[in-house]
Ligand binder design. Structure first.
Ligand SMILES: C[S@@+](CC[C@H](N)C(=O)[O-])C[C@H]1O[C@@H](n2cnc3c(N)ncnc32)[C@H](O)[C@@H]1O
Length: 222
């Protein structure tokens, strides 16, 4: 006798469905920047997984919006969600990055800020983003709400990333997340030293892991 098998998704369909989950961050692929696919997916998933009401993410170092789009798409559909982006949009940065930033900025048909705005509009996330033009340390005092997800990707020199970590990580709420880019990097030493010296052995930073060059940790609940 022929028994009817229960209907199940096959492996191929499951894989395709997995891919579809990330279709909303596809615009990220057309934006200039340095984020790998797995880093992009991780930022998206971290933002999407936030369960606090009115979640607040902060990104330091936005460039043309590659990581911005991933975080903002993760926040999409969450009531009152907001992503605060801080960047001078003048291609300034650490000694190792400056020439590259200048070169890439001069390839644009206009200012960086305009490219950032256009990329956010094309990805349909502009409404979720609050832009603060300037250096991270100039804006730290005015951001008073607690942070659910902090992404550090601005100045990669040791002094600057240490200052960013010390200024901004106390604002992460208990149970919130820190992501730091370029921690595993052949040139930039700053982010790696900050992780090794200030985070790695601190029991308040849980669930420490690496995704390509990016470091992720969760602040303990209390
Ligand atoms: C590596 S890029 C950011 C890349 C971006 N997150 C992406 O996914 O494409 C670093 C950016 O941070 C900016 N920046 C440099 N120093 C900064 C600071 N102190 N505060 C905020 N942004 C800074 C740079 O001008 C540049 O736009």
């Amino acid at each position: 006798m022929l028994t009817k098998k229960p209907w199940r998704l096959g492996t191929r369909a499951k894989l395709l469905m997995r891919g579809l989950r990330y279709s909303c961050i596809l615009p990220y692929a057309s934006i200039d920047g340095w984020l790998t696919v797995d880093e992009a997916i991780t930022l998206f998933e971290l933002a999407k997984g936030l369960t606090e009401p009115e979640p607040h993410a902060v990104e330091i170092g936005s460039w043309q919006g590659k990581s911005t789009v991933c975080i903002a798409q993760g926040l999409r559909h969450k009531l009152g969600a907001q992503l605060t982006c801080i960047d001078p949009f003048d291609a300034s940065g650490d000694h190792e990055s400056k020439d590259m930033y200048d070169g890439r900025a001069s390839d644009l048909n206009g200012p960086l800020r305009r490219a950032f705005e256009e990329n956010l509009k094309a990805a349909e996330v502009r409404d979720l983003v609050d832009v603060r033009v300037g250096f991270s340390h100039d804006h730290v005092a005015e951001v008073n709400e607690s942070i659910d997800l902090l992404f550090l990707d601005g100045d990669h020199s040791y002094e600057a990333i240490r200052r960013d970590f010390e200024d901004w990580s106390p604002k992460i709420r208990h149970g919130g997340y820190l992501a730091m880019h370029d921690v595993v990097h052949p040139v930039h030493e700053g982010p790696r030293r900050v992780v090794e010296e200030l985070i790695k052995n601190d029991p308040q930073w849980l669930e420490q892991r690496y995704v390509d060059s990016m470091f992720v940790a969760r602040k303990a609940r209390s």
